[in-house]
Ligand binder design. Structure first.
Ligand SMILES: [Zn+2]
Length: 76
């Protein structure tokens, strides 16, 4: 029984360390904006890339992505 608990807290520590390592890496390497939308391949305007660090979609795709995210569980 004690073994199970040990393993659970070990797992928790690992998760926490992983999350911290992730944050550190993001600080060292800020998210890079894409030149082209990852959804449709269209060019992302420079103004948008500057305004939003790490932007990956054009305005249209971002909007439909957010729309889908809101609909969420219903899918399609
Ligand atoms: Zn797009």
């Amino acid at each position: 029984m004690a073994d199970v608990i040990d393993r659970a807290s070990e797992r928790e520590t690992l998760d926490r360390e992983l999350a911290l390592a992730c944050q550190r890496q993001q600080r060292a390497h800020p998210a890079q904006s894409l030149l082209h939308c990852e959804a449709c391949g269209g060019e992302i305007p420079e103004a948008r890339r500057r305004a939003l660090a790490g932007v990956r979609r054009c305005v249209d795709c971002q909007q439909s992505h957010e729309l889908r995210a809101k609909v969420g569980a219903h899918g399609h």
